[in-house]
Design a binder for this molecule. Structure first.
Ligand SMILES: Cc1cc2nc3c(=O)[nH]c(=O)nc-3n(C[C@H](O)[C@H](O)[C@H](O)COP(=O)(O)O)c2cc1C
Length: 191
């Protein structure tokens, strides 16, 4: 199979498109949509977001040293896009998108009530990379909608949330499950 060389760029797929809430719930706060985000460590749990310094949210994240990553769903897709093309300089994004600012437990930044999973993050390092600064953060707490938790087993079923993914400029709904971790090496049941 032959391949064509493409100019260097960000080609990883799929990406999450998350809504990052920041600032102070009792003061100025905002939401910025971020796709440059990911998990970077297991113990302690750590993640990152990369944000351009010219974003309105940048200063709030820098000053508070914290932010909340709110996972997005098909229901939240429009708000996710809107918060990524409008600036908090000109709009109150919570109000415009009819989203609820809910107090977090460990940090001043609000969580988004309508998001099924909100992850409280404390910045531990800021690395300027070029266009973006990378905020490396420790996860202080994860808040999940109670309806996602199986009452009997206590297991968290994130599949119920209809998570969206972001691939090369477009948003996608979830497809169907094709396997679970390690399924490739599990013994196939004989029929
Ligand atoms: C799907 C999507 C992903 C985005 N990812 C990032 C990102 O990773 N980093 C960033 O700085 N801006 C990103 N943006 C752009 C910001 O969300 C956008 O400039 C927003 O208006 C900034 O809001 P603010 O000025 O209120 O901070 C993204 C936008 C969209 C729609």
């Amino acid at each position: 199979m032959s391949k064509v060389e493409w100019k260097p760029g960000n080609m990883l797929y799929p990406l999450p498109a998350v809504m990052v809430s920041c600032g102070d719930i009792d003061g100025e706060h905002n939401i910025i949509t971020v796709a440059w985000t990911g998990t970077i460590n297991s113990e302690p749990p750590m993640c990152y977001i990369s944000v351009r310094p010219e974003r309105h949210s940048y200063k709030m994240i820098q000053e508070q040293g914290s932010f909340v990553i709110n996972l997005t769903t098909t229901k939240l897709a429009e708000a996710t896009d809107w918060c990524g093309v409008r600036s908090g300089k000109n709009y109150n994004k919570f109000k415009e998108m009819k989203l609820t600012a809910v107090p977090a437990k460990h940090i001043k930044a609000p969580m988004i009530g309508e998001s099924p999973v909100s992850i409280e993050c404390k910045v531990t390092q800021v690395i300027p990379l070029g266009s973006h600064d990378m905020f490396i953060a420790e996860v202080l707490a994860v808040h999940a909608d109670e309806h996602l938790i199986d009452k009997k087993t206590g297991a968290l079923d994130l599949r119920q949330t209809d998570p969206i993914s972001y691939i090369h400029g477009s948003y996608y709904e979830p497809g169907s499950k094709i396997g679970r971790f390690g399924y490739s090496v599990k013994k196939k049941k004989s029929t």
